[in-house]
Each structure stands twice: as C-alpha cells, then as structure tokens.
Design a protein around this ligand. Structure first.
Ligand code: HEM
Length: 140
C-alpha cells in the first residue's frame, strides 16, 4: 500500500472516528436491512459487538504502517469468524456496507479515491481473515 493511500486512510478515519458510534449503528442497521440472512448469526444484543467492531477498525488503522503486526490478530479473527459461520462470500457484503456508511458519515469529504482506498484496505483485511479461516479447518 503506497504512502499516499496510507495517509488518506489515516486522515479519513480520523475524520469519522468522533462519530464511531453512529458509524457502527448505521453499519449494522444497513447490513441487516440489505442482507437479513446474516442477522441470525449475530447476538440479539449488539452493544458489545459494536464496540468490538470499532476496536478492530482502530487496530487496523493504527497498525497500517506496520502491517506485519496485523497478521496474527487478523488471522485469529478469521478463525473465529469461520466458527460464527462467516464464509468468503460474506466479506464483500461487509465491505460494501462499510464503504457506503463511511461515505455517509464522511459526507462532502468522501470521494471515489477514498472509496478505492477503503475498498483495498477492507479487501486486504478480508483476505488475511479468510486465509486464517482456512488454516483453522486444515487437517494436520
Ligand atoms: C472486514 C471484515 C470484518 C471485521 C473487521 C470484523 C470484525 C469483527 C469483530 C472485531 C468481532 C468481535 C468478535 C471477534 O473478534 O471475534 C466480530 C464478530 C462477528 N462478526 Fe465480524 N468482522 C468482519 C467480517 C465479518 C463477516 C464477513 C461476517 C459474516 C456475516 C461477520 C460476522 C460476524 C459475527 C456473526 C460476529 C459475532 C459473533 C458472536 O458474537 O457470536 N464478520 N466481527
């Protein structure tokens, strides 16, 4: 990931971070309205889940300049996600929902370049998680 992309990801995240609660509220509302089939995978009470999603976004952005540090936590997260029933086909749904909500919250600051930046970042996160999920089911 090039330096300029990293800088855009950091500054756009800083822009939306003060509204992180609104971001995750809106994210799950939109995810469940678009893809009601995934709702039963999640707990009834979404409070903790929302806090954890924010924390994972913070973790990714904080370590974006040292991505090696993200490999272990994201691999482990991918393994857990396989246990929740997440499959590779679900990841683009999460990405596209997140892109839309980031755009809503960022408002006028949003543009196609940021959309591409975030899409690439979320695809990278997803690919590490999906690899982690595979290693979980591998027979030694
Ligand atoms: C960029 C991709 C994703 C990120 C950053 C992410 C982040 C998280 C985090 C931090 C948690 C808290 C629990 C844990 O860490 O294991 C979580 C839980 C969960 N995620 Fe994801 N997730 C992603 C993709 C997905 C996808 C594609 C699905 C499939 C629908 C999914 C479904 C779930 C479910 C069902 C739980 C809650 C399970 C439970 O508490 O019983 N996630 N996610």
């Amino acid at each position: 990931m090039d330096q300029q992309r990293i800088e855009r990801l950091e500054s756009s995240f800083n822009l939306v971070a003060p509204r992180a609660q609104e971001l995750v509220d809106r994210f799950y509302a939109l995810l469940f309205s678009r893809y009601p089939q995934v709702r039963p995978m999640f707990p009834d009470q979404m409070g903790d889940q929302k806090t954890k999603l924010i924390a994972s976004l913070v973790l990714v952005v904080q370590n974006i300049r040292t991505p090696d540090k993200l490999l272990d936590p994201l691999t482990e997260m991918g393994k857990r996600h396989a246990e929740y029933g997440a499959v590779p086909e679900h990841y683009p749904l999460v990405r596209d929902t997140m892109l839309e909500v980031l755009g809503e919250i960022a408002g006028d600051a949003w543009n196609i370049q940021l959309e591409n930046d975030w899409s690439a970042a979320l695809d990278l996160v997803s690919s590490v998680m999906i690899e982690g999920a595979k290693s979980n089911t591998q027979v030694a």
